[in-house]
Ligand binder design. Structure first.
Ligand code: HEC
Length: 220
């Protein structure tokens, strides 16, 4: 349910659509019930099993990535021109996995706030409260709140690098350090940042970014 499988570039790819969490099956009729939360979906386990769960460290219990620095010589130049050490990729990955593996089925954390506070996937019905939803989830912003809402689902929740321009303000993590932390553990070698390259992480990412035309990605 909600996990389309495709084949491209010599690899099998599994996508994750909204339906993985927001639709389920009526066991009696076998029909899909759209908008009913899928309480069987184990997002914590799936994310923990990922090679680079670190990409979503802002939703794990990581008080400070500085606590995971093991080698002070693994440094990069941050956006202020200062040398800053990167967290150890294995130590950080293990800590993030430890958070996600504890989550039970049917819950997920959509808020990148450096605190693991998953919530149960809500139903998506608006009966009696249309268009806002019973809990007011899209109460403000243009297009009856839809744009505010979409910005979250289609930014951090789809691509944690989309927060690189805000990481300093939100997480007290320099943009270059934030990007390097996510990319140094990338599952695909093409996107993996190598600290010994002495390259600026944002320059490295720009050189491998396939979607420079997408809004929200870095542009200068
Ligand atoms: C990994 C599971 C997961 C996926 C995938 C997912 N969501 Fe959600 N969704 C949630 C959770 C959990 C919440 C509750 C977030 C909160 O309140 O902090 C939520 C909240 C919502 C809400 C608000 C409902 C309410 O009453 O508050 C809507 C609408 C929604 N999601 C739509 C979508 C759309 C559209 C997509 C795909 C682009 C999507 N979701 C993908 C888990 C998911």
């Amino acid at each position: 349910m909600g996990i389309p499988i495709s084949y491209s570039d010599g690899r099998v790819r599994a996508g994750l659509s909204c339906a993985a969490c927001h639709a389920t099956e009526d066991l009696e009729t076998g029909k899909v019930m759209e908008g009913v939360p899928n309480l069987d979906f184990d997002s914590g386990l799936i994310t923990a099993l990922a090679t680079n769960s670190t990409a979503f460290f802002p939703t794990a219990d990581i008080e400070s990535i500085r606590d995971y620095i093991r080698d002070t010589n693994r440094t990069i130049e941050n956006s202020k021109g200062e040398e800053e050490a990167l967290p150890d990729p294995i130590a950080l990955e293990n800590a993030v996995d430890e958070t996600f593996i504890k989550w039970r089925k049917g819950i997920f954390d959509t808020t990148p706030d450096l605190v693991a506070n998953p919530t149960q996937t809500p139903d998506a019905f608006t009966f009696g409260a249309h268009p806002y939803g019973w809990n007011g989830f899209s109460l403000f912003g243009p297009f009856k709140g839809l744009s505010t809402f979409n910005n979250e689902v289609h930014s951090f929740n789809s691509d944690s690098l989309s927060f690189s321009e805000h990481s300093d303000t939100l997480f007290d993590i320099d943009k270059e350090v934030y990007m390097a932390t996510i990319l140094q553990n990338a599952a695909s070698k093409k996107y993996r940042y190598d600290v010994s390259s002495n390259e600026k992480p944002s320059d490295f990412f720009r050189s491998v970014d396939d979607t420079t035309n997408i809004q929200g990605e870095m542009k200068e």
